[in-house]
Design a protein around this ligand. Structure first.
Ligand code: SF4
Length: 305
């Protein structure tokens, strides 16, 4: 499917969080509307594809709106939104992004996310959470190093399984091996690295998978589409071809008990470094407080650079 590209100026780029994201961050920021990864594996069950405010009637994966003034809009809004966030949510915490991927291939041409990150170097939020499905996130490693000295920076890379393919579905936007490499590169540079297993897909070898995660991430978050897609029963995802493809590999993975079994395996490999669902996205981990970075073998500190 070809993508219809449009360029737009937006009146605002910082959206005060509500619903699912309210306990995760004070604001979300979408450098693009739509997602060029919409026709890849993650796009099949993408929670955003059903949102009429985002897709405006177009098919998910068929459009991308480039928000060319995103950085300027951030600069214009950030003082006021910082004051509001600190008064109402405790801190000015930005999630980039919940309805697109900040590292879509078009980013190389337009540099919208890069410009927003540069704006944040001058006007940092208290916390920035970057969420991506792509290994292309490493292109901005130099910016992340500086930014991590100016605000709490967390990078989330989604790796939903150890399987690159599910029967009948398209390949992922970014191969699993490339995403693991990206996570390792970021962590080696002292960036706080979180792997988000969201939505959880059938995992062939959970112990081996979480050993790999443990080696390249500070924490892992596991989230099932039941509850995770914004409905208590996973109704949004059940309208897509994703569950049938998951069931073809392992029917048990459609039940929420699969998540709990996987969580046990994760906790064995990464005690104190495992989160579940929205609490995990917010940085609230199971089994007590997060383990200090210095206590995790192999984790570099930003101060090392
Ligand atoms: S990268 Fe994220 S926003 Fe884009 S299609 Fe995949 S899940 Fe949806």
């Amino acid at each position: 499917m070809s993508i219809t590209l449009t360029e737009a100026t937006v009146a605002s780029i910082l959206t005060r969080s509500s619903g699912y994201l309210k306990t995760v961050c004070s604001h979300s920021l979408q450098p693009y509307r739509g997602c060029s990864f919409g026709n890849s594996l993650c796009g099949v069950g993408c929670y955003v594809r059903h949102n009429p405010f985002v897709n405006r009637g177009a098919e998910w994966g068929s459009f991308l709106e480039v928000r060319e003034n995103a950085a300027a809009a951030y600069c214009r809004q950030c003082d006021r939104e910082r004051r509001w966030a600190r008064a109402n949510r405790g801190r000015f915490s930005v999630f980039m992004s919940s309805a697109t991927d900040p590292f879509v291939p078009h980013e190389q041409r337009y540099g919208i996310t890069r410009d927003v990150l540069h704006a944040m170097l001058e006007n940092p939020p208290d916390e920035l959470i970057i969420q991506t499905h792509s290994h292309l996130v490493t292109r901005y490693l130099a910016i992340f190093r500086t930014l991590s000295q100016r605000c709490g920076l967390r990078v989330h890379i989604s790796i939903e399984s150890d399987r690159d393919r599910l029967p009948g579905l398209p390949p992922p936007a970014s191969p699993i091996a490339r995403r693991f490499e990206a996570a390792q590169q970021l962590r080696d540079a002292g960036i706080h690295m979180v792997i988000t297993v969201a939505p959880l897909l059938p995992i062939a070898d959970p112990d081996r998978f979480f050993q790999r995660v443990a080696a390249c991430a500070d924490a892992v978050v596991v989230d099932h589409f039941i509850g995770g897609d914004g409905t208590a029963t996973g109704a949004r995802t059940l309208r897509t071809p994703l569950p049938a493809a998951m069931a073809a590999v392992d029917p048990a993975c459609l039940d929420i008990s699969y998540r709990d079994a996987i969580l046990e395996r994760a906790l064995e490999q990464m005690p104190g470094r495992v989160g579940v669902g929205i609490d995990g996205f917010a940085g609230r981990l199971l089994s007590g407080p997060p383990v200090p970075r210095e206590a995790i073998p192999g984790a570099a500190s930003p101060a090392d650079y």
